[in-house]
Design a protein around this ligand. Structure first.
Ligand code: FAD
Ligand code: NAD
Length: 466
């Protein structure tokens, strides 16, 4: 029987990054993945394919709606070839997952294809292509998550679908109805709206993106409404019924009235649930809590002392970069180091256009904790760079402690915010004050100048260009 210092179950961004870091630190490492491609949700049916379709549909929108403003005329009709768009997305996925195969080889990590389940705390049985049993001194559970559903919905995966099917549709829906105005609903809703579908977003809470700063929700809601999407907030879905090619949703609005929506596709995007099916966690003494998460302590150690768990399967944000940080954290812990993760500084990004990005505390959280704070906000429309490219929607908002001026939260919506948020994370990691940010140079003309201006606004209400 092969024996390892560490075995990792699941090859998503949590698992494969943990494997690389373990190997870098000299541990004999194995990774077990039940699918034939590595990379987990993120690379196969999550981050990467959704961003490929967002990019393709963005190009289409630019060509059909904005090229003319720039003096670019395309004679004839601009058409979508959905089959080709989906094939390109798949090629991007294949190239990216192939890259992980290369990284596993490069780092001399043994890859087993098959379902991993615990026989006991130090032995794992693998069922599938590479059926085997291995011994592992330590194991990292990185089994990720699957889409959640509502108990009364029959996900037929044809017309009542999850994000996985929405990434490979064979036609552009006539009317895509989306249950859940969170990250997936908005990203994929925007893809199909751009491609010509009528889009209705049905959200239970009183705003889209309910966990983000309310100012961002409001601004993105405006953008979606401008694109003629129906934004049905404060609607509680009661039933979803399929009749032939039609899907009928009934939902109760704030006034208690039942409203009916009819369309040809319904995307259910109401969150994701931790995935531990087939893991046989009990056999290893690993406790699963009543939310279905693998229970871990501050060191990401489970109730079995040689078994750790990371990523979507444990508490916290379900984000690829959070899973990666945790993978590195456990590898370094196993190597006897003392790593640290500041969960407050894990940024959240929505890859719509304009992009939405945030780090640190929201205004709602600061109010709830009684923290005295000041706000500096700056609109992109006041920036030369934004006007030059025609991306003038959105703003940067900096929240700083009233007495110390320390930056407590940065919330932004606008062009390239997914990349701009890295500056805010860096500043906050080094506990910058708003004045610190306002005093270092930002290249002109850039979108990043909005961060400097918002910092100036927070310092003494002295933005230069507003
Ligand atoms: P996963 O990526 O889910 O990987 C778990 C792996 O474990 C899977 O491959 C699974 O097959 C395998 N597995 C499970 N059980 C077993 C077993 N018993 N034996 C063997 N293998 C097993 N996050 C972002 O940060 N940015 C984004 O832009 C983003 N976009 C997304 C878009 C969509 C449509 C979706 C669905 C998600 C998106 N996410 C995004 C979330 C991101 O994909 C997850 O947070 C991330 O993949 C979690 O990584 P993980 O390693 O914990 O688990
Ligand atoms: P989410 O938690 O972002 O959004 C779910 C939405 O559904 C929420 O707004 C919630 O209020 C709403 N909802 C819940 N029950 C409902 C009901 N009965 N009726 C109507 N609305 C209801 O979840 P998601 O969009 O499904 O995404 C799942 C996970 O994947 C998220 O945790 C997210 O972090 C991750 N993800 C991240 C990215 C990114 O980082 N860009 C992209 C996609 C997915």
């Amino acid at each position: 029987m092969k024996s390892y210092d560490v075995a990792i179950i699941g090859s998503g961004p949590g698992g494969y990054v943990a494997a690389i870091r373990c190997a870098q630190l000299g541990m004999k490492t194995a990774i077990i993945e039940k699918y034939s491609t590595l990379g987990g949700t993120c690379l196969n049916v999550g981050c990467i394919p959704s961003k490929a379709l967002l990019s393709s549909s963005h190009h289409y929108e630019e060509a059909t709606k904005h090229f003319e403003d720039h003096g670019i005329e395309i004679p004839g009709e601009i058409k979508i070839n959905l089959e080709k768009m989906i094939a390109r997305k798949q090629a991007v996925v294949d190239q990216t997952t192939g890259g992980i195969d290369f990284l596993m080889k490069k780092n001399k990590i043994d890859v087993y294809e098959g379902l991993g389940s615990f026989k006991d705390a130090t032995h794992i049985t693998i069922e599938g292509k590479d059926a085997d049993e291995i011994e592992a001194k330590n194991t990292i559970i990185a089994t990720g998550s699957k889409p959640s559903n509502l108990p009364f919905i029959n996900l037929d995966k044809e017309r009542v679908i999850t994000s996985t099917e929405a990434l490979k549709l064979k036609e552009v829906p006539k009317h895509l109805m989306i249950i859940g105005g969170g990250v997936i609903g908005l990203e994929l809703g925007q893809v199909y709206r751009r491609l010509g579908a009528e889009v209705t977003v049905i959200e239970y809470m009183d705003r889209i993106l309910p966990t983000m700063d309310a100012g961002l929700s409001k601004e993105l809601n405006k953008v979606f409404k401008k694109a003629k999407c129906s934004m049905m907030v404060s609607h509680k879905v009661q039933s979803v019924e399929r009749k032939g090619d039609e899907v009928i949703i009934k939902a109760e609005n704030k006034k208690g009235e039942v409203v009916e929506f009819k369309g040809d596709y319904c995307l259910v995007s109401v969150g994701r649930r931790p995935y531990t099916d087939g893991l046989n966690a009990e056999a290893a003494g690993v406790k699963i809590n009543d939310r279905g998460q693998v229970e871990v302590n501050d060191h990401l150690q489970t109730s079995a002392s040689n078994i750790y768990a990371i990523g979507d399967v444990v508490r916290g944000a379900m984000l690829a970069h959070k899973a990666e940080e945790e993978g590195v954290f456990v590898a370094e812990t196993l190597a006897g180091q003392k790593p640290h993760i500041d969960y407050n500084l894990i940024p959240g990004v929505v890859y719509t256009w304009p992009e939405v990005a945030a780090v640190g505390k929201t205004e709602e959280e600061l109010k709830a904790s009684g923290t005295e704070y000041k706000v500096g906000q700056f609109p992109f429309r006041a920036l030369g760079r934004a006007r030059a490219s025609g991306d003038i929607d959105g703003f940067v908002k900096i929240l700083a402690d009233t007495s110390t001026d320390e930056v407590l939260g940065v919330h932004m919506i606008g062009a390239r915010c997914a990349d701009l948020i890295a500056e805010a994370v860096t500043a906050m990691e080094f506990r910058a004050s708003a004045e610190d940010i306002s005093r270092y140079s930002h290249a002109h003309p850039t979108f990043a100048e909005a961060i400097k201006e918002a910092a100036l606004a927070a310092t003494d209400d002295r933005a230069l260009h507003a």
